[in-house]
Design a protein around this ligand. Structure first.
Ligand code: AMP
Length: 221
C-alpha cells in the first residue's frame, strides 16, 4: 500500500506518518528527514538542499526526485510506503505515479491534513525533536516528562532551524499544498481531507479509518 500525506508544515504529518508506518508495516519516507540527514553529513546534495531549506523554500524538483527515486529502490519500500512531505508539487506527484506504475503499483490514498496558519505557527514554535532517536514533542500537547530531555532515550532535545517564527511564516507562504497538487489526487478520487486541529489521537483515528475505507471502496474527495 502506498500512502501520501499532504498538508502545510506543522500539522503533525511526521508524528502521524510514523504511527501509520508502524501499524501497517510499511516504509516511512520523509524527504525532509532525508534532506536534513544529507545536510548533516555534508554531501553535495545535502549542501545544495540546505541552501533552500534555510530560506524556507522548496528544494528543486530534479534534486528531490533524484533522491526519492533512489529511496524507492530500497528493499523496505517494496511492500509499501507512506510519503511524508512528498510530493510537494504536481510534477512530483506525476513523477511518483510514473515510477510506481513502472512496477505495476500506484498511490492508494492521499490524506490531506488541514490546519489554520495561527495553529501551525503555534505548534511549530513549540516543537522539540530528539536528535538521537527522532521522537517529536510539542510543548502544549505532548511535552516531554522532563523539560528539554527525551522521554525515550534521555538525549537533550533540539529545535529545527526552520521552526524559527520568521522561517515558519515563509514556509507557510511558500509551501501551502498547491491547488494543482491537491487537484492531482482529487482528479483520481484519492484525496481525503482530515481536520488537523483535533487532538493527535483523533487525527490518528481518522487517518486509520480513511485508509481502511480506501481498501474497501474508492476514496471520496
Ligand atoms: P519538512 O521536514 O517536510 O518540513 O521539510 C523540510 C524542508 O525540506 C522543506 O522546507 C523543504 O525545503 C525541503 N523539502 C522536504 N520535502 C521536499 C519536497 N518534497 N520537495 C521540495 N523540498 C522539500
Amino acid at each position: 500500500m502506498y500512502i501520501v500525506l499532504l498538508g502545510p508544515p506543522g500539522t503533525g504529518k511526521g508524528t502521524q506518518a510514523k504511527r501509520i508506518a508502524e501499524q501497517l508495516g510499511i516504509a516511512h519516507v520523509s524527504t525532509g528527514d532525508m534532506f536534513r540527514e544529507a545536510a548533516a553529513s555534508g554531501t553535495a546534495l545535502g549542501t545544495r538542499a540546505k541552501s533552500y531549506m534555510d530560506r524556507g523554500e522548496l528544494v528543486p524538483d530534479e534534486v528531490t526526485l533524484g533522491m526519492l527515486g533512489e529511496r524507492l529502490k530500497q528493499q523496505d519500500a517494496q511492500g509499501g510506503a507512506i510519503f511524508d512531505g512528498f510530493p510537494r508539487t504536481q510534477p512530483q506527484a506525476a513523477a511518483l505515479d510514473e515510477s510506481l506504475a513502472k512496477q505495476g503499483k500506484s498511490v492508494n490514498i492521499a490524506l490531506h491534513i488541514t490546519a489554520s496558519d495561527d495553529e501551525v505557527v503555534r505548534r511549530l514554535s513549540g516543537r522539540w525533536l530528539c536528535p538521537n532517536c527522532g521522537e517529536i514533542y510539542q510543548e502544549a500537547s505532548r511535552p516531554p516528562r522532563q523539560p528539554g530531555l527525551c522521554d525515550a532515550c534521555g538525549a537533550s532535545l533540539t529545535q529545527r532551524e526552520d521552526d524559527r517564527a520568521e522561517v515558519v511564516r515563509q514556509r507557510l507562504e511558500k509551501q501551502r499544498p498547491a491547488r494543482d497538487l491537491l487537484n492531482h489526487y482529487r482528479g483520481q478520487t484519492k484525496l481525503v481531507d482530515i481536520d488537523g486541529e483535533q487532538g493527535v489521537e483523533a487525527v490518528t483515528k481518522q487517518l486509520a479509518d480513511a485508509i481502511r475505507n480506501s481498501t474497501q471502496e474508492p476514496a471520496k474527495s
